[in-house]
Design a binder for this molecule. Structure first.
Ligand code: GLA
Length: 676
């Protein structure tokens, strides 16, 4: 597998409806049939037009091997269809039925220490298991034969969040599949030995038969083996998606997708290599209250999803009306927050927004997860907010297909994350995603919209590209950045970038390896800082976590170290390269200093922050030929003012002059582009 670029953008979601999709996961198998009728009536009341069903339906649809019972699903689909609600039909393969794991315990997944995981939860299968695959595909075939042409079906939903729990399986079946993947990648065992650097610690293999997944070891393991196992594992799950999609496409012409998990806590899949297989890019996103600013991470996830969609509209398949149930503290949403989160996804390119789930479960491990229809029923603030939101999403149908544009790109790579965050590196304090979030978050603070792109993606049209901690980089991908700068662009590259090639082999001759010439600097040693230590910088701020003796080889110092062994030496540099400039950041900056640096580079590049943006007020614009929709999301606890004039689709009334948005408030203002 190599990281590939997203499929080209192709219009709106193509789900056959007009307007935006608004909906939910629905698990009718948890309820009596009388409830279904009430549910469908209430769905209409809320403006729901797309419902994901049968996501976990396997043990209902196939209660015993080969015995299919579609009666309940028929009824539910007909009820939804009768109400004009489209169906996102799950293939049902995400959770194995007890008969399968009882008869074939060999499908169960095995973790790194060699112990298997039992059924009783979900995703209790090995992604490489041919027995699981055979049974899953039989179910997919039966389901597609029955519903492939059903007019209610708008979308196929392969499995669910592939790899959420079982991304890595270390069983013997996986080991054999891994060996097959390695044979295809390297051809000979000599080539694999070279790629993994097995001369180290007597790890040379004589034959592929000796190769194992990176099972738990006493010491640190082989990094090449670990990265390849991550690549293999992502490919195996994509392979499963492809197998299901192939069956679906042979029996149905409806679009096929699976729900991605672009999130801070799940990073096992290289979605850049998945996009070409998706007819619709769909993502699940939940606010993560373990992070300092969950709503800013939401913006990053949404920008990344738009990047995966190649800039085209995408579908938010799941988010929540309130608290989830899987974080240490499951924080409910404040009044207005659900609307703000929904608007943030739409602002950043979603043409549909759905929730997990419709009706709150009363049993099972997700019974304390929020839903559109909570335990309290319709006499609840959640329900009232949901109904109001449904009305707004209907009004927002006019912006379907419009686009977000950005002058700044940030390079992000899951493959790099696997490599950069491996053990036995200079410090465990450095976490790749934190560095990416820090730069994306600083641009968010400045009111600058950012596209998230894969390494190697074309950079034409971007004035500035930000490259945080791109530890693993291929020559050709580094060249795209250098060419961008040579042609007049700006690049900001941080410490611990360009260090290794795609075999995790260190580029010698001075860090930052692949970017040394572009940056006009040379570093001969890493000097990570002790926990809690900081080093003074010449601009009055401090650096933390990381520092480096930066020797200038053509670059100029912009900020210097002001204390410690590096005092007087460059900390931030600027190098003129061709028509543009490349900036190097050798330490973890404070938030203010990072923003200041970005402001300076943006200024040099002629990029101006959104004029309406201000502290706490997120501003994003979507445009088509005729209109611009300005999303103004007040995340702060104080009122803010702006002067954008047009029609506010949230309050559904015109705004002119100076307008106030109250604490936590949201406005979405339609403007006529010809007049603005
Ligand atoms: C994921 C899953 C859903 C549900 C939610 C809960 O997104 O796809 O089935 O478990 O998490 O947040």
């Amino acid at each position: 597998m190599t990281t590939t670029l997203p499929a080209p953008a192709t219009g709106a979601l193509g789900l056959g409806s007009t307007g935006l999709a608004f909906g939910c996961d629905y698990n009718p198998e948890q309820w009596d049939p009388e409830v279904w009728v009430q549910d469908v009536r209430l769905m209409r009341e809320a403006g729901v037009n797309l419902v994901a069903i049968n996501v976990f339906g396997w043990s209902h649809v196939e209660p015993r091997q080969g015995e299919y019972d579609f009666a309940a699903l028929d009824r539910v689909i007909d009820l939804l269809h009768g109400a004009g609600i489209g169906v996102d039909l799950g293939t049902g393969t995400a959770s194995t039925p007890p008969w399968l794991t009882t008869r074939h315990p060999e499908v169960l997944p095995v973790v790194a220490d060699g112990t298997s995981r039992w059924p009783g939860g979900r995703q209790a299968f090995c992604p490489s298991s041919p027995i699981y695959r055979e049974h899953a595909l039989a179910l997919v075939r039966a389901t597609a034969e029955r519903y492939g042409d059903h007019p209610a079906v708008k979308l196929w939903h392969v499995s669910n969040e592939l790899g959420c729990h079982n991304a890595h399986c270390y069983c013997d079946v996986s080991a054999e599949a891994f060996r097959g993947w390695l044979r295809a990648r390297y051809g000979t065992i000599e080539e694999l030995n070279a790629a993994w650097g097995t001369s180290f610690w007597s790890q040379r293999y004589a034959d592929f038969a000796e190769v194992l997944p990176p099972r738990a070891t006493l010491s640190s393991g082989n990094p090449g083996q670990a990265i390849d196992f991550d690549r293999f594992s992502s490919d195996e799950l994509l392979g499963h998606h492809r197998a299901e999609a192939e069956v679906l496409r042979s029996l149905s012409d409806k679009p096929v997708t699976t729900n991605f998990m672009v999130a801070a806590h799940i990073t096992a899949l290289d979605y850049w290599s998945w996009t070409a297989d998706m007819d619709v890019i769909a993502n699940d996103h939940y606010l993560d209250h373990r992070l300092p600013r969950p709503h800013v991470e939401l913006a990053f996830a949404a920008d990344t999803t738009r990047g995966l969609a190649g800039g085209a509209p995408w579908l938010l398949m799941e988010h929540s009306t309130g608290a989830v149930n899987w974080q240490p503290n499951n924080i409910a949403k404040a009044p207005g927050e659900m609307l703000r989160n929904t608007a943030a996804h739409i602002a950043r390119g979603a043409d549909g927004v759905c929730f997990f789930q419709w009706r709150a479960s009363v049993q099972g491990s997700e019974k304390f997860h929020s839903a559109m229809l909570p335990h309290a029923g319709t006499e609840s603030s959640t329900w009232h907010e949901v109904v109001a939101l449904g009305g707004l999403v209907e009004r927002l149908g006019e912006l379907r297909g419009s686009r977000v544009t950005a002058d700044v790109a940030i390079v992000f790579s899951w493959e790099n994350q696997w490599a950069a965050d491996l053990e036995a590196h200079p410090t465990t304090a450095l976490k790749y995603l934190e560095q990416v979030h820090a730069f994306h978050g600083a641009l968010w603070d400045l009111g600058v919209t950012v596209d998230v792109v894969a390494p190697g993606a074309p950079l034409d049209g971007y004035a500035v590209v930000v490259v945080p901690e791109l530890y693993l980089v291929r020559d050709e991908h580094a060249a795209v950045i250098a060419d961008h700068v040579a042609a007049g662009g700006r690049a900001i590259i941080t410490f611990f970038s360009g260090i290794v090639d795609d075999r995790d082999r260190v580029r010698t001759g001075g860090y930052p390896g692949a970017f040394r010439e572009l940056l006009g600097v040379r570093v001969d040693e890493f000097l990570p800082l002790a926990a809690g230590d900081a080093v003074a910088l010449s601009d009055g701020s401090t650096g933390s976590v990381w520092s480096e003796p930066v020797a200038l080889r053509g670059a100029e110092a912009v900020v210097t170290y002001a204390s410690g062994p590096l005092a007087g030496g460059p900390a931030v540099t600027r190098n003129t390269h061709g028509q543009g400039s490349a900036w190097y950041v050798s330490t973890v900056l404070e938030d203010d200093a990072r923003r200041e640096l970005l402001r300076r580079v943006l200024d040099e590049a002629g990029v101006t922050p959104d004029p309406a943006a201000q502290p706490g007020l997120e501003v994003v614009r979507r445009r088509d030929e005729q209109h611009e929709w300005v999303f103004l999301l007040n995340h702060s606890d104080r009122a803010v003012q702006h002067t954008e004039a047009g029609h506010d689709l949230v309050a559904d009334h015109p705004v002119t002059g100076t307008t106030v948005i109250g604490p936590g408030g949201t406005q979405i203002i339609r403007k006529d582009r010809k007049r603005s």
